[in-house]
Design a protein around this ligand. Sequence first.
Ligand code: HPA
Length: 297
Amino acid sequence: MPERAPAIDRPAGQDCLANELEAAVSAWDRRRLPRPSVVVVTGSGFDLHLGNQAPKRWQLESLLPFASHSIEGHALTYELAPTEALGEVLVFRGRLHAYQGFRPPEVVFCVRLAGLLGAHTLIVTNAAGGIYPDARPGDLAMISDQINLTGLNPLRGRLPPDWGPQFPDMEAAYDPGLRRCAREAAAALEVPLRSGVYVGVLGPSFETPAEIEAFRRLGADLVGMSTVLEVIAARHLGMRCFGLSLVTNPAVGTQQAEAPIDHQSVLEVGRLAAPRVDRLLGAMLADPELRAAPTRG
Ligand code: HPA
């Protein structure tokens, strides 16, 4: 008779890092850091300035229970920015991507930490390819909904029941109230703002023209390699989500796509758009709508 494999004390799947998150929350409190109400995760090339920014920035590494590495242009730091309307806003500059080899619980670690610290709202920004016909580098689009084509999900496995429901609702994943607030802020600031469906892919290779055509037929307007796992984890914790994409290039195969896409031009477009992004998110973070209680996913 072959010997049976030894039993393991958790079902097959992935460790959601619950113990590590609990320890990170305790460590946060031991440092006597204020707990944030809103968390912002900024993507490639975004250099966000939130008004009277807190001067102190910390390396993300010190917060993570696993080894991290950044890719060019992603400064992995975090800071607390005090705001008048919302109290402390926690800003993560740069993120971990699945294409870098991080597992979903690692990709969403910072969002979960913010949620467990009490943040009720997640604002994510990202660089995206524009799939819609007249996409131009520098377009800003808020995300109306997402299609997760990464093949990954941060809720896989066994999660602490007090984090949220096992099968969370994703119908209004991107909060309609926050989108209204963004539309109003954009109109007042005269910042052109589109709206579109974001398809999240694993990467890191860019898409083929056939893939982009398939995504277009599926109803996607924007394509990128981040965000979708973070939003799933945030909704699971009952957080409201707002997503802002900066179109850095028309996706391949679309009429506007001319030069091949490269990471440097993605960063450059980000730098040029930074003042508009700052003004838009700054106005949103001054809006009392963001104080409203979250809706449970
Ligand atoms: N595809 C995927 N991710 C991206 C793109 C793209 O064209 N541009 C910026 N991030």
